[in-house]
Design a protein around this ligand. Structure first.
Ligand SMILES: C[S@@+](CC[C@H](N)C(=O)[O-])C[C@H]1O[C@@H](n2cnc3c(N)ncnc32)[C@H](O)[C@@H]1O
Length: 226
């Protein structure tokens, strides 16, 4: 079900991110450098996976070989992290609201047989095959989303698709001090720890760990109950 009043915001998110992708996709995906060397850019995605995935297999896949897992990535951009995820997991199903980001990701990841890319509606995961997934991940995406309802919609969708016991690990904006316009697609809405715990209760997750409350890099571990 589309969120009420969402159509305008969906168009704006898609348009703004298409424009950023056309102007300088790699910079808007990772602002550490304006002009990225291709290898260094994808190496930065490997670093994300080293830091957030390879150190965390105890939560992500405690009793299975990661190479057998089917995973979801929300907001894949041009495939920076997706490529690194594809080297760890069995299948990576990655969505992005921007058709231009997905177009560039398709070029960047051409020939990688276990990556599946989808342009989605910026709100839900109805574009994904309705099968069971073993892990979901999102990094430096929700920090840009201007609406709490959209993020809640994604949490509900991940809850619908994950197998019981599986983890949704994601990063959100936790810094409450950033000044922003209501529909700003660069500076997203910020969350308190209490709000995250309430979000988990509403969307069917156990919010087992939270790290970085009050900062831009507020990481959250939502487990789907067994
Ligand atoms: C800063 S980039 C990060 C890309 C990727 N996660 C990475 O780390 O390389 C943010 C991405 O989120 C996507 N995005 C923004 N809002 C979205 C939404 N509502 N749904 C899906 N993707 C979204 C943008 O199009 C962009 O590709």
């Amino acid at each position: 079900m589309p969120l009420p009043g969402f159509e305008e915001l969906r168009k704006k998110m898609a348009r703004d991110w298409d424009e950023r992708a056309c102007e300088n996709a790699k910079y808007y995906v990772n602002t550490e450098q304006v002009e990225w060397d291709e290898d260094q850019f994808f190496q930065s995605g490997e670093m994300t996976v080293n830091e957030e995935i390879r150190t965390d297999f105890g939560n992500i896949s405690p009793d299975r070989d990661p190479a057998t897992l089917r995973v979801i990535e929300i907001g894949c951009g041009v495939g920076r992290v997706t490529r690194a995820l594809s080297r760890v997991f069995g299948e990576v199903h990655a969505v992005d609201v921007s058709g231009e980001m997905i177009r560039q990701a398709s070029e960047n990841l051409a020939g990688i047989a276990n990556v599946f890319l989808y342009q989605n509606n910026g709100q839900d995961l109805s574009v994904l095959p309705p099968v069971e997934y073993d892990f979901a991940f999102s990094s430096i995406v929700f920090q840009h989303i201007p609406s709490k309802a959209v993020i809640e919609s994604y949490a509900r969708e991940v809850s619908r698709l994950l197998r019981p016991g599986a983890l949704f690990k994601f990063q959100i904006q936790g810094d409450p001090t950033t000044e922003r316009d209501e529909d700003d697609t660069w500076l997203g809405v910020s969350w308190t720890d209490e709000e995250v715990v309430e979000l988990a209760a509403r969307t069917g997750f156990e919010p087992r760990y939270r790290v970085g409350e009050g900062t831009q890099y507020f990481w959250v571990w939502f487990f789907k109950p067994l």
